[in-house]
Design a protein around this ligand. Sequence first.
Ligand code: FMN
Length: 367
Amino acid sequence: MRIGSLDLKSNLFLSPLAGYTNLPFRLALREVGGLDLATTDLVNARSLLEKNPKAFKLIETCSADRPLAVQLFGSVPEEMRDAAQYLESVGVSSVDINMGCPVRKVCRVGGGSAMMTELEKTARLVKGMVDAVKMPVTAKMRLGWDDQNITAPDLSLALEDVGVAAIFVHGRTREQGFGGTVNLAGIRAVVEAVRRIPIIGNGDVTTPDAARRMINETGCAGVSIGRGAFYNPWIFLHTRQYLQTGELPPEPGFDERIRVMCRHLDLMVEVFGEEHGCRMFRKVAPWYAKRFGPANLFNKRVVTISSKAEFHKILNDYIEWRRQFLDESGELRPQYQPAPLVASFMPEPAAARREQIPVPKGPVEVW
Ligand SMILES: Cc1cc2nc3c(=O)[nH]c(=O)nc-3n(C[C@H](O)[C@H](O)[C@H](O)COP(=O)(O)O)c2cc1C
């Protein structure tokens, strides 16, 4: 898989999730495996140029966190260009542009909306960035505003013409938010609109099978996974294996899930300090717990942690409490096992399909 000058070991990508795709999460996922190019949360280009400490924290990285894309947000061409140059100078592998929502009057601020409605202006801004750096410049967009305004194919072609190296497409319109089904035909229309560059499909991929279906039905060159990585940090590794061999690796057991969760917390503490790291982990741990089986005791208590010692006490109590749901061999009894994950666009009956993956609290209305 190539994106411009980048030779990648995987065609699976981590989708930007503001508030989550920080250095500890990326490192935890990389250690599990199957992921190569990961991205930061969205970063405001101007804040970066102004050396705002929060923006700098968002781009914090280390040698194990490579290759790394930084996603930029902004509408001022000079700022976007200078921010891209700065990122290149500090060794970032590629820069991704957030193109947000296509209808200007509905979106509150910034570049996203204007970018999708004003093709020529956007192409000029993007060209300014492409010409200023050697690293690849990519873009991330939705299909369009609504079913009557599917702008992603035209925009993608215009961006290819000015030198964008790849495009990430969430297969929903702005109007859909995070509801309804991911539109594979919509992603395919983008694949068919461009000439050479890879299109990376995105949306609701929670299983290896869903990734394969997205690739097969759309012709996309790879798949970008966001919320699926919360539930299942093994998704990149397992999907890689599944795409290469056709064999589905077994789901990780409880002990392995606990091991990775604890490692993730350790990394949070290393990067953000004990108290802040633990506080941030309050919203992360319940995602791991979604695959533990009964977990109400854990979920109620983990949102109070401020130290690792508190976390481990809660975890040990939980492991004891959970024993009541296990059989003699230490496995969850069938009635307590979590329902299998099924993506919105899979052919399974509606009852089995997950029409909506939970969306964490936050400013998601602009994604
Ligand atoms: C909490 C949250 C934060 C997000 N932050 C960003 C962001 O910073 N930049 C962006 O382009 N998309 C963002 N998105 C959209 C995701 O990258 C992705 O396109 C969307 O969640 C669909 O993929 P998924 O079903 O694999 O999660 C965010 C989504 C969520 C739920």
